[in-house]
Design a protein around this ligand. Structure first.
Ligand code: 5RP
Length: 217
């Protein structure tokens, strides 16, 4: 089975968590794209979606799924999104697709976070995948200096502007043994919009695509 086939197995398995007649939260990325395709097959049973990126919004709308502004939605049950890494405590690194800030906002409103991944994403300690940090453009070099003081090696993702008009630093060289502590520390640096650690609000359910199909943890 290819990695994409494992992503597809996880994405389609997440349909089980979608509650008919409600609004579903939709993340961003290649695994989520499979979930969106799956949602298209039950679109008549959905009230609609809230989305974490322009790319996912366009994909949802192309399938005829109504996308609500998050400001119009007080609460919803389930948010489905991928991850770049996840540890046994279900803390995640996200933001490989640069959508981390909107993902964190939509996830904050959801009752349940269903994480969909292929089996290459599980790790014991987060940090082999460079940690994305979204920054206000004028703060980039200041934030980079502060991150170096914490032991990380930040690299500017030069070809990317986020949906919010900001820039991304990818932080290499971290072994993240205390995800919640680092998440809060990075967010306290002036100019940081948010970082890709999802530990204060981790996943509730993990669906892992494996060569034998989807496994739920
Ligand atoms: C985007 C994300 C994605 O969920 C993460 O990068 C995983 O992507 P993929 O499903 O393509 O492997 O956080 O900002």
């Amino acid at each position: 089975m290819t990695q994409d086939e494992m992503k597809k197995a996880a994405g389609w398995a997440a349909l089980e968590y979608v509650i008919p007649g409600t609004i579903v939260g939709v993340g961003t990325g290649s695994t989520v794209n499979h979930f969106i395709d799956a949602l298209g097959t039950i679109k008549d049973q959905l009230k609609g979606a809230v989305s974490s990126s322009i790319a996912s919004t366009e994909r949802l709308k192309a399938l005829g799924i109504q996308v609500f502004d998050l400001n119009e939605v007080e609460s919803f049950s389930v948010y489905v999104d991928g991850a770049d890494e996840i540890n046994p405590s279900r803390d995640m690194i996200k933001g490989g697709g640069a959508a981390l800030t909107r993902e964190k906002i939509v996830a904050a409103v959801a009752d349940k976070f269903v994480c969909i991944i292929d089996n290459t994403k599980t790790v014991d300690v987060l940090g082999a995948f460079p940690l994305p940090v979204e920054v206000i453009p004028m703060s980039r070099e200041y934030v980079a200096r502060e991150i170096r003081k914490l032991g990380g090696n930040p690299v500017w993702r030069e070809n990317v502007i986020t949906d919010n008009g900001n820039q991304i630093l990818d932080v290499h060289g971290l072994a993240i043994t205390e995800p919640k502590v680092l998440e809060a520390k990075l967010n306290s640096i002036a100019g940081v919009v948010t970082n890709g650690l999802f530990a204060a609000r981790g996943a509730d359910v993990v669906i892992i695509g494996t060569p034998d199909g989807a496994e739920i943890r």
